[in-house]
Structures are given as C-alpha cells and as structure tokens.
Design a protein around this ligand. Structure first.
Ligand SMILES: *[C@@H]1O[C@H](CO)[C@@H](O)[C@H](O)[C@H]1NC(C)=O
Ligand SMILES: *[C@@H]1O[C@H](CO)[C@@H](O)[C@H](O)[C@H]1NC(C)=O
Length: 380
C-alpha cells in the first residue's frame, strides 16, 4: 500500500516539476499551457475584466508564439456561437514591490494611448498563426530593462460575450446599443444620439437581449493559453511589436490619436467594400517579418503598404462555414498571416506607411476594428 502511495507521490512530484519548467520541444523551444482566472458568464452577459500578474514564462526569454482558446470547466473547447471572444490582450507592465502603482511597458507603437499589448486577438484566435520564425523572437524579461525596485509582470484583458439564447447574436457581438438597452456609457455619460453600437454599449456587466423563455444557466469559462519560447541568447534577432490602428488620425494631425473603433455604413451605391485608410510616418527602419490584421465580423482583410505602394504585408479574414468549433458560420475564425521572405519587406526610417482595412458594406457594421499587428526586425 505504502509503495503505491510513494510511487504516486513521486509521479506527482515529477509531473509538477515538468509542468513548472515547461515542456521541451526541438531546438530548445519550450512550451507551457496556462489557464486564465475563471470568467463567470450568464446568457447575454458581457465580461470585460483585467487580470493582473497572470502566469507567464519567467526569465530573459524570446517568445516564439502565444495562442489561446476558450475552454469550459471540463477543459473542453467552447464554441464562438456560445461565448464570443470580442477581444483579448496581453500587456506587459512593471510593478514596484509591494506598491499598487504600475508602469505599462508596452509595445513599440504606434498609438499614443492604448493598443500597448504584446499579444491580442478576437474570434480569430483559434486559427491564426502567431509563430515567430527563426532566428527571430520577441525579447522580454531582460532584467537590465526593468527599473530598479520594479518587477516585470503581465496582465490579461478579456472581453467576452455570452450569446447563448441571444435574440440577435451578431447584434450582441457588434455591441448594438438597443440590444443592450444602454443609453449611458460605463462612466454614466449619456451616449451621443448617433451612437448605435460599439464598445460604449457592451462594457463589463451589460446584458444583451435573450429570448424570453431562455433559461439562464451560469457557466464558467477560462482562456487556455499556450506560450512557446526559447531562453535568450545572442543568436536570436529581436523583433519589435507594432500595432497600426486604421483610426489613427496621424495623417491629419501628426499625432497618433487612435479612435479604436469605427462604423461601416451600408452601401447605397452598389460598391460592397468599405475601405478605411490611415497613413503614418514609421519611426524606425527594419524588416517586416510577420503580421496579421484584426477585424470584427464583416471584415474582409487589411494590407500594409509602403510609400511607393508596395505591399509590405497583407492578411485576409477566414470565415467559418458550419457549426463545428473553430468553423462557426458567419464568424471570423482565423486570419491569414504574412511571413515575407527576409529582406523583401523593408521599411526605411520616416517612410510613410499606409494601412487599408476592408469591410463588406452589404450591411451596416458598428464598432468595428481595423488593426494591423506586425513584427519588425530593426536594422541599424
Ligand atoms: C431599459 O432601460 C430602462 C431605463 O434604463 C428601463 O426602465 C427598462 O426597464 C429597460 N428595459 C429592459 C427590457 O430591460
Ligand atoms: C474593458 O476593460 C479594459 C481594462 O479594464 C478597459 O480599459 C476598457 O475600457 C474596457 N472596455 C469596455 C468596453 O468596457
């Protein structure tokens, strides 16, 4: 009896040790799977919460990929038809020991406020590659960069909408104010009369309209995230994270003021594609090595152009076609990514780069997103 118990304990210890260190893959790549804190949902309910000091690989490392998906209490994947991932972001910050104040240690731009995450997506999470090809990596945990007395930590912001029993699930996902019966934003400011949908109407705790007879059943879900990384070494070429928001007003004002969301009007001219465009001066020189667009339902794709009109990186929306998890009809279940041949997508310092975001305008879409997330290896 004692033997068996001992054996069991030994197995448990080795399992825990293995889990702690992460799994070792080829070429020194390590992998670890984590669970976010519990997110409690009810039919129609919106959860938008930040979770500080989440689990993340420790030490001076190069992140190679960051993937996640929503799972239920049993660990089984949850359909977008039930839990819509509006968006999630993972942001680095520095925290002073024992003190509440923190400094956001964000990405390399381009918005002046917000959009400071290193990783982030929405419904496309399951089928969008995040792999950073060799010899590149996203360098984090460099102790020499952390201000004295501070610690490097990570936070999750997760915005999820439970659309079980929803009268109009797509309307809930687009945050239509009438479906949420919202007339004031989360700071109790009245909404502008022309504001019919967007983030001001689906803040934490709001409730989208569900069918009368629908029985309200509480459900707990988690974000299960998988990080791959390698220990830092001089053979890794660091890449910087940039996020270009198509609502950036830079071309008109010279300031990176990102408006975060915009609306797509229903076309009255027969042209079924809405194009939104923004240009900015790029602050550094380097090679684009990876990129993808982030959009909401109705999105077709987006492309990043150099000053002479050459395509630096383009990304297209992949829509689901059925009912299976990962293939939910009408939902963006993935975005294509670009991995330009090294040296083929160079940006020079102060070059004007343009982002175009394309949406279908067969219908109106409210509160849409036009982001381009890309990695740049700086050249000196
Ligand atoms: C909508 O909101 C108004 C006032 O905020 C409230 O009186 C009304 O009962 C709400 N309607 C529903 C269906 O919840
Ligand atoms: C969601 O939460 C984040 C972080 O707490 C906050 O910055 C953002 O304004 C919230 N968005 C909405 C729509 O409430």
């Amino acid at each position: 009896m004692d033997h068996i118990l001992l054996l069991f304990l030994m197995l448990l210890v080795s399992y825990v040790q293995c889990y702690e260190a992460g799994l070792n893959l080829e070429n020194g790549v390590k992998l670890k799977v984590y669970l976010s804190p519990k997110i409690t949902l009810f039919p129609g309910y919106v959860s938008n919460k930040s979770y500080y000091d989440i689990e993340f690989p420790k030490g001076h490392i190069a992140v190679k990929s960051f993937n996640d998906e929503v799972v239920d209490e049993a660990g089984d994947p949850v359909s977008l038809l039930e839990t819509y991932i509006h968006h999630w972001t993972v942001t680095r910050y520095y925290q002073r020991n024992g003190v509440k104040d923190l400094i956001i240690a964000g990405n390399s731009g381009l918005c002046n406020h917000g959009r400071s995450q290193f990783f982030g997506m929405g419904s496309e999470t399951r089928k969008t590659s995040t792999y950073v090809p060799d010899p590149y990596g996203i360098e984090v945990g460099d102790p020499s960069k952390v201000p004295v007395g501070y610690e490097e930590k990570w936070m999750f912001n997760i915005h999820a909408i439970d659309t079980r029993g929803a009268v109009d699930a797509m309307g809930c996902n687009e945050c239509r104010c009438n479906l949420y019966n919202v007339t004031q934003d989360k700071d109790v400011q009245p909404l502008k009369p022309y504001y019919v949908g967007g983030l001001y109407c689906c803040y934490d705790g709001t409730q989208c309209k569900v069918k009368n007879a629908f029985k309200s059943v509480k459900r707990n879900v988690y974000f299960k995230y998988t990080v791959k990384w390698v220990d830092w070494s001089d053979s890794i070429v660091p890449v910087k994270v940039f996020i270009f928001d198509v609502t950036d007003t830079w071309q008109h004002t010279g300031i990176h003021n990102c408006l975060f969301e915009y609306d797509v009007e229903k076309s009255t001219t027969g042209v079924a594609t809405n194009t939104r465009r923004s240009s900015v001066s790029f602050p550094t020189a380097g090679d684009v090595i990876y990129g993808f667009a982030q959009q909401y339902s109705g999105g077709i794709g987006a492309a990043l152009y150099g000053e002479d009109g050459r395509v630096l990186c383009a990304s297209k929306a992949i829509y689901g076609k059925g009912k299976d998890i990962g293939d939910e009809a009408g939902y963006i279940v993935g975005m294509t990514t670009c991995y330009p041949k090294p040296g083929s997508a160079k940006i020079v310092k102060d070059e004007t780069v343009t982002l175009e975001s394309y949406y279908s305008s067969k219908k109106m879409h409210t509160g849409v997103l036009g982001l381009f997330y890309f990695l740049v290896a700086e050249s000196s």
